[in-house]
Structures are given as C-alpha cells and as structure tokens.
Write a protein that binds this ligand. Structure first.
Ligand code: GRF
Length: 202
C-alpha cells in the first residue's frame, strides 16, 4: 500500500514509519510527506530520505482550500492511505468523509480518555498511573474514531508533561508502524475476513 504521512512538527513518528518500511517485507511504502508548516523539521528528513515532500502553509487560507491543496498532493502521489503523525490541523468534514476507513491518526493518550490537546499534563494532574497512546481511524468527530491499537505507558514519580511525552513517543514509534502495517494488510487476516463474511450473512 502507498501511504502519505501528514506532519506539522518534529516528525519522529513519520521517521519511525519510514524506517520500519525499509525492514523486511513491510506492506506499506511512504510515497509522500506533507506538512502545513514549511519549516517542519520532518520535511528535511523526508527529503534526505528521497521521499517526495509537499509543504503548504495554511495562513490566510480557508480550511477547505488548504485541505484541497493537501488532498491534491496526496492524490498526485498516488497514496491509498493518509497517515496523520502530529498533524496539528483539524481537517474539514468533507475531506475526512472522503477518506473514511483510509485515514489513521496517532493520539498520545489512552482513548477515549483525554481527547484533544495537553493529554500528558491532564493525565498527570488526574493522578493516573498510566498514560499511553492510541492509533485510531479518523472520523469527523475529533479523536473519536475506532481505536485500532493502544500501548499503556507508566507515569513515574517526578514526571513532567515533557518527560512523559518523551516516554510515550518511544512507545508510539513501536506501535504506529505495526498498526499501519496491520491495517493496510487487514484483508489477509482470516479473522477480519470471517467477520466481513458474517456481517454479510446476518
Ligand atoms: C505524537 O506524540 C502524536 O501522538 C501526536 O503528536 C506527536 C507528534 O510527534 N499526535 P512527532 O512529530 O511525530 O515527533
């Protein structure tokens, strides 16, 4: 499968996706890294890795116009899936609906807990024993699509939102490539096929 990765920042999850795709018989290939911020450090890395990049600042544009520019780039790259990796723009409902079932996101909390921003600070403030990360399908409602995979990460004494975020990212870098690989090859999973067959029969 061909995937386009959308980023806004460091792009460490994007890097994890790229390097995992180079190992063994990974079922996906990163064909585009796109950002709403031309300065996103991840863009330079992607370019150095020989991956097509696209940057389109959103300033002064409507959400719809900006999304359309991103979508054009994704289609031109021939991507079958969009993988959000620290993409900090909310996408318009139309865009999301067109890609429903073919767009994934990683969110740094144990969803359904702590949708939105400042997840680590909120988990620490609540006295939670664990934070974590979730890979989910993107639906128009923010961070509310079906959760495909999760990893729990302990919160330790003295943790700050920053130290917890760093630890959660280590888990994300393991989880995201695996979850994407599993999702794009779900057709090959007998349990998945069986479920589809049952749905039709009932
Ligand atoms: C990750 O923690 C991800 O869960 C969240 O944004 C962060 C992106 O980090 N959505 P990076 O740019 O991949 O380093």
């Amino acid at each position: 499968a061909k995937i386009a990765v959308l980023i806004s920042g460091a792009g460490t999850n994007m890097a994890a996706l790229v390097y995992a795709s180079r190992i063994g018989d990974c079922p996906y290939e990163v064909v585009l890294v796109a950002s709403n911020d031309a300065q996103a450090p991840g863009l330079a890395l992607a370019a150095a890795e020989g991956i097509a990049t696209f940057a389109h600042p959103h300033k002064g544009m409507t959400r719809e116009a900006h999304d359309a520019a991103m979508e054009d780039a994704v289609r031109q790259a021939g991507a079958d899936y969009i993988v959000l990796a620290g993409y900090m723009r909310i996408l318009s409902d139309d865009f999301v609906e067109r890609w429903q079932g073919r767009m994934l996101n990683i969110h740094p909390s144990l969803l359904p807990l702590y949708k939105g921003l400042d997840t680590h600070a909120r988990a620490i403030a609540a006295g939670d024993s664990h934070g974590g990360t979730s890979v989910h399908l993107v639906t128009p409602e923010l961070d509310a699509g079906e959760v495909l995979a999760q990893v729990r990460v302990p919160i330790v004494t003295g943790d700050t939102p920053h130290s917890l975020a760093e630890r959660v990212k280590l888990a994300e870098h393991q989880l995201y490539p695996r979850a994407v690989a599993e999702y794009v090859s779900r057709w090959r999973n007998p349990a998945w096929l069986l479920e589809r067959l049952r749905e039709r029969a009932l």
